[in-house]
Design a protein around this ligand. Structure first.
Ligand code: ZN
Length: 326
């Protein structure tokens, strides 16, 4: 089985000083935990908030990129950068964890398509269009007021993403932005870390209609482990009714029922969430999700799709349909 997590915020922790070569007691993600959990590939998100300036966000993203490169160089026996599914498979065969890069929030890119190309050349394979704020490209789920969806520049931005083979990630986008991306993108699009709104009515989660639209376009919804997105019953302040593995698999079940087995995967959001689901304290426990799927009657082939093959397929499709000859 090839296991891939499409969204961890570990670079933010690396620049705060975490040595991910070691097993850190309080960390969600480090190289020993990825190994223990049988995780073959993990996307490290270069995340910046919308609350800082464009210049500041660019500096921060560059610092995170450099810090991930340093961490990989310091741990050549544990992990290495991957930019394609084939590279990731080869790293698995060598006993190494494949680290992919994503960028969460296009704020650092401003209105400069050359920077988008620069980060693609540096290995970044998806861009989450925004975070909890509207930016030059689009409206967010949190605000959703500036453009009424994608901005005119956002449409150019998506066209350039399609051309160079950069995956469009609509997690954090407003509903209107979502549908604009469905219309504008010539390649499949994804949510790297969202859940199902039918089970938990949160603006960050996808409606059934969005799940179907994503699937029709050949994309995937990668289920998030954040308790707030998993259950409306969860009381964040008092930490009561914290959802666990059962609820994660409920969201997988629902997404599979609505969008099909080819359109669902895992994007834990570890290191970006303050609380983990009960029993899923860190990434080393990810296998419990697949055990629960097996208990619910999923076949080995179906579990393999959700565990990683679906997202790997989209990565290949987006690269193949690009027109970019580097
Ligand atoms: Zn996020």
């Amino acid at each position: 089985m090839f296991v891939l997590d499409s969204h961890c915020d570990t670079p933010s922790e690396i620049i705060r000083g975490r040595n991910i070569g070691l097993d850190n007691p309080d960390a969600h993600v480090d190289f020993p935990k990825l190994r223990r959990g049988g995780v073959d590939a993990c996307f490290f998100a270069l995340y910046t908030p919308n609350t800082i300036s464009e210049d500041e966000s660019l500096r921060k993203v560059m610092r995170m990129l450099a810090a991930v490169q340093d961490a990989l160089e310091a741990n050549p026996d544990k992990a290495a950068l991957a930019t394609t599914p084939e590279e990731a498979q080869r790293l698995k065969e060598k006993g190494l964890t494949a680290i992919f890069l994503g960028m969460e929030n296009a704020l650092p890119l401003g209105k400069d398509l050359a920077l988008l190309r620069f980060f693609h050349r540096a290995g970044v394979r998806y861009v989450t269009l925004t975070h909890n704020g509207d930016n030059e490209i689009c409206d967010s789920a949190a605000e959703g007021k500036r453009w009424g969806g994608l901005s005119p520049f956002g449409r150019e931005f998506i066209a350039e993403m399609n051309r160079i083979g950069m995956l469009v990630d609509i997690a954090h986008c407003s509903d209107k932005t979502f549908y604009d991306c469905i219309e504008v993108s010539s390649a499949p699009i994804v949510s790297t870390h969202s859940c199902c709104r039918a089970l938990c009515d949160h603006r960050r989660n996808l409606t059934d209609d969005q799940l179907s639209a994503l699937s029709d376009k050949g994309g995937v919804c990668q289920i998030n482990f954040y308790p707030v997105f998993l259950s409306g019953q969860y009381d964040e302040e008092k930490d009561l009714n914290r959802p666990g593995i059962k609820e994660v698999v409920d969201h997988i079940d629902h997404a599979v029922n609505v969008a099909g087995i080819d359109a669902v995967g895992i994007g834990s959001d570890f290191d970006g969430i303050e609380v983990a689901p009960a029993g899923l304290d860190d990434i080393s426990k990810i296998g419990l999700v697949f055990d629960e799927m097996a208990r619910r009657g999923y076949s080995e082939g179906e579990i393999e799709k959700v565990a990683g093959l679906n997202f790997m397929r989209v990565l290949s499709d987006v690269a193949r349909t690009s027109l970019f000859i580097p």
